[in-house]
Design a protein around this ligand. Structure first.
Ligand code: ZN
Ligand code: ZN
Length: 64
């Protein structure tokens, strides 16, 4: 079974500096240089409402 490739713009080669540490669509690390935000948990509900599958700050899967 082929793993579907994430279509997020953050994986594009011309996206040199991603604004997040993790991809909001697949949870992969897109910017290694950013530190995870300690208090991002309170933003998870809002992120999920906006359609993010993963938290871009900590990489945690949002929702169930
Ligand atoms: Zn992705
Ligand atoms: Zn988070």
């Amino acid at each position: 079974m082929v793993k579907s490739k994430c279509q997020s713009v953050y994986h594009r080669p011309d996206m040199k500096v991603a604004p997040f540490k993790f991809c909001p669509d697949c949870g992969e690390i897109i910017n290694d240089k950013l530190r995870p935000k300690a208090d991002c948990a309170r933003t998870h509900t809002l992120r999920k409402t906006k359609g993010n599958k993963y938290c871009p700050d900590c990489g945690e899967k949002l929702g169930k």
